[in-house]
Design a binder for this molecule. Structure first.
Ligand code: DAH
Length: 344
């Protein structure tokens, strides 16, 4: 029996030596140490041995079992080490490699400009209002002192949806809509950014759809000097602390008096250059004191209240600020253009 045990040990060790892979190792563990294995079988047969032989054989059997177990465990441990090493090698991270570029997009330059305008006016206590882009003739023209036969309607060729509905040609209709909503309360201090539409041929300075930001202030005792101070503050925050503004007499049906506002050229500081066409000044917006008829249309008594209003084009402001030479760049979605405004 002792020989059988030793023989078994030799065979087992031989097979273990040749074993490759953890699958084979578990097979061998079952084969030699399992319940149906030869060792168990030998131990079971010990009942037939004499009382002297039994402990001796028992000891040898245990030794054999132990040796096989140790070799199995050692092999298993080695295998695990090898697998870990292999994994570490294949999963090595080269921290010196440069990262992959993630394209994360950017806020559109026009949106950025509008946000900047909003921030400046919100900082002065204004709130931001909105109005519909498909507008009634009444709000777009009539209530703004532009009756049906008014020649100034020619200045704003429009897209009509029906006789009475059109795509708004400016953001000024929001003035009257806001006044109606406020029901005579003061102060009214709003700006309204939004899209407007005109039946214009698109070229470097015209677009059939563009943006405007409207402004309206109504209270008791609002004067032209309030308008001028507000717009000077705006211009300096937008274009830099050293710009100046000037008001030129103009005409808008919804304001009286009306003024066109220029800023001193931020390119040349006023001495004259290509951007300001040599004049030293650049027109940036239209403005004026709200016409009594418009106040009345919005439900405010012009004998008690007065106000100023202005309307500016963010495209024009962005073009001046960033040196963009064609308004169509804002609408053709060329990523080479848009990518330059990534402020992140
Ligand atoms: N609505 C005018 C336009 O589209 C701009 C404008 C001028 C708005 C004077 C105003 C204003 O509120 O007072 O040309």
């Amino acid at each position: 029996m002792k020989e059988r045990l030793n023989e078994l040990k030799q065979i087992a060790l031989g097979e273990l030596e040749a074993a490759i892979g953890s699958q084979r190792l578990s097979e061998l563990r079952v084969k030699y140490l399992g319940k149906k294995g030869p060792l168990t079988e030998i131990l079971r047969g010990m009942g037939t041995l004499s009382a002297e032989e039994r402990p001796l054989i028992g000891q040898v059997a245990n030794e054999v079992r132990q040796v096989i177990e140790e070799v199995l465990d050692a092999k298993q441990a080695e295998l695990k080490r090898e697998e870990t090493n292999k994994r570490l090698e294949s999963e090595t991270i080269d921290v010196t490699l440069t990262g992959r570029h993630a394209s994360i997009g950017a806020v559109h330059p026009l949106t950025q400009t509008i946000q900047e305008i909003e921030d400046i006016f919100v900082g002065m206590g204004y709130t931001v209002e909105e109005g519909p882009e498909v507008e009634q003739d009444y709000y777009n023209f009539e209530a703004l002192n532009l009756p049906k036969d008014h020649p100034a309607r020619d200045m704003q060729d429009s897209f009509y949806v029906t006789e009475e509905m059109l795509l708004r040609t400016h953001t000024s209709p929001v003035q009257v809509r806001t006044m109606e909503r406020r029901k005579g309360e003061v102060p009214v201090k709003i700006i309204c950014p939004g899209k407007v539409y005109r039946r214009d041929e698109d070229d470097a300075t015209h677009s059939h759809q563009f943006m405007q930001v409207e402004g309206l202030v109504i209270d008791k005792g609002i004067r032209m000097s309030d308008l001028k101070g507000t717009l000077l503050q705006f211009a300096r925050e937008m274009f830099g602390g050293d710009v100046n503004i000037r008001l030129r007499p103009s005409f808008f049906p919804f304001t009286e008096p009306s003024a066109e506002v220029d800023i001193s050229c931020m390119m040349c500081g006023g001495s004259g250059c290509r951007t300001c066409k040599g004049s030293g000044w650049i027109e940036i917006l239209g403005s004026g004191m709200v016409h009594p008829n418009v106040l009345r249309a919005g439900g405010y008594d012009p004998e008690v209240y007065s106000g100023f209003a202005f309307g500016m084009g963010p495209e024009r402001i962005a073009m001046l600020k960033y040196g963009v030479d064609d308004i169509r760049h804002f609408y053709t979605n060329d990523l080479r253009f848009l990518g330059q405004f990534n402020r992140i």
